[in-house]
Design a binder for this molecule. Structure first.
Ligand code: TYM
Length: 332
């Protein structure tokens, strides 16, 4: 079975609709005929200023959200990144193969360092994509289901894998990104030219999976559109409507032309009302299940320990091969 690996950062806010539609939906779908490994990337989460108590809570909650969305701990390996030491160890080796200029070209680094300012721009934020490459390459990963914003990091991962292989001998599988068609980039509901993200400027633009269903409906109904009346898919001219149609199509599995036909001659109000309903129907049970799972932290920790053990066994094997290939003396 092809290995699938992916991860999300635990952060103060809950996962949002972009995380869910851009990645998590695919994680769940891939479980049947793949060997899936899903990680809560806490090491990545400390590359920007963070509050330890919040991170602690968010790490369990993120794992609970994976489960609530349908990740099955029987079929998938579910673990916390910092529990498997090989991630940071391989990252060190890969860092020595990464060009300074190459890392400097990462647009997420440029965006985040601009957002957080010079003071908060750390070496850890700079080497972030190298750690991500390590996550992926440790497991012989073939497929990485992510949103469009991770495309460049995946390219770097592929380059590093190929570079290591050509310098030290065939070691890593060169992975492919799996990026969805309609939901690769979900946009902020208030600023439909900006991607939906935790750092949204208005809370109304961001649908969190832990939002109260009434709040979700309200956010969707007040989404920014345009002053025409025609429901037509045109991301350039009508980014707000295109975003709503993308969300609608992904949640329901219906096609954009089908939806355009259904709302032909009807106003934006109808579209928003129906969309609010389908999103709430999908998200409310995930929220409820997450809250339930959070009531039993011991059980969550048990699942995560089980996952870490399985992951570490695989990761350690890859790391041992890497250490041998680069010429490290084996510890006896
Ligand atoms: P993160 O935590 O920022 O986001 C998690 C996933 O959600 C996707 N995503 C979106 N998709 C569509 N529309 C949006 N508005 C949107 N916002 C976020 C992201 O593309 C991602 O798939 N670097 C990664 C975490 C990571 C990782 C890995 C991923 C660390 N190691 C190894 C894959 C493999 C990140 O920060 O994702």
């Amino acid at each position: 079975r092809p290995v699938v690996f992916s991860g999300m950062q635990p952060s103060g806010d809950s996962l949002h609709l972009g995380n869910y539609l851009g990645a998590l939906v695919n994680w769940v779908a891939l479980q049947d005929d793949h060997d899936p490994i899903y990680c809560v990337v806490d090491l990545h989460a400390i590359t920007v200023p963070q509050d330890p108590a919040v991170l602690h809570e968010a790490t369990r909650r993120t794992a609970a959200q994976y489960l609530a969305a349908g990740v099955d701990p029987e079929r998938a390996t579910l673990f916390v990144q910092s529990h498997v030491l090989a991630h940071t160890e391989l990252a060190w080796v890969l860092g020595t193969l990464t060009g300074f200029g190459e890392a400097s070209r990462m647009t997420q680094f440029k965006d985040k360092s601009a957002r957080y300012g010079a003071e908060a721009t750390t070496v850890g934020l700079f080497t972030y994509p190298v750690l991500m490459a390590s996550d992926i390459l440790l497991y012989g990963t073939q497929l990485v289901p992510v949103g469009d914003d991770q495309r460049q990091h995946l390219e770097l991962t592929r380059d590093l894998a190929a570079r290591f292989n050509s310098r030290f001998g065939e070691t890593f599988v060169v992975p492919e990104a799996l990026i969805p068609k309609e939901s690769a980039r979900i946009y902020d509901l208030q600023e439909p030219n900006t991607k939906m993200s935790k750092s949204a400027s208005s809370p109304n633009g961001l649908v969190n999976l832990m939002d109260d269903p009434k709040v979700i409906a309200k956010k969707i109904k007040s989404a920014v559109t345009d002053n025409e009346r025609e429901v037509r898919y045109d991301p350039q001219a009508k980014p707000g409507i295109a975003n709503l149609l993308d969300i609608y199509a992904t949640v329901t599995g219906r096609t954009i032309p089908e939806l355009e036909a259904e709302y032909d001659g009807r106003g934006y109000g109808d579209l928003k009302k129906d969309l609010a309903e389908v999103v709430v129907d999908r998200v409310a049970p995930i929220r409820a299940r997450t809250l339930e799972l959070m009531e039993d932290p011991a059980e969550l920790d048990r699942l995560l320990a089980m996952g870490a053990e399985k992951a570490a066994e695989r990761a350690d094997r890859t790391l041992a091969t890497v250490y041998e290939r680069v010429g490290f003396l084996r510890r006896r």
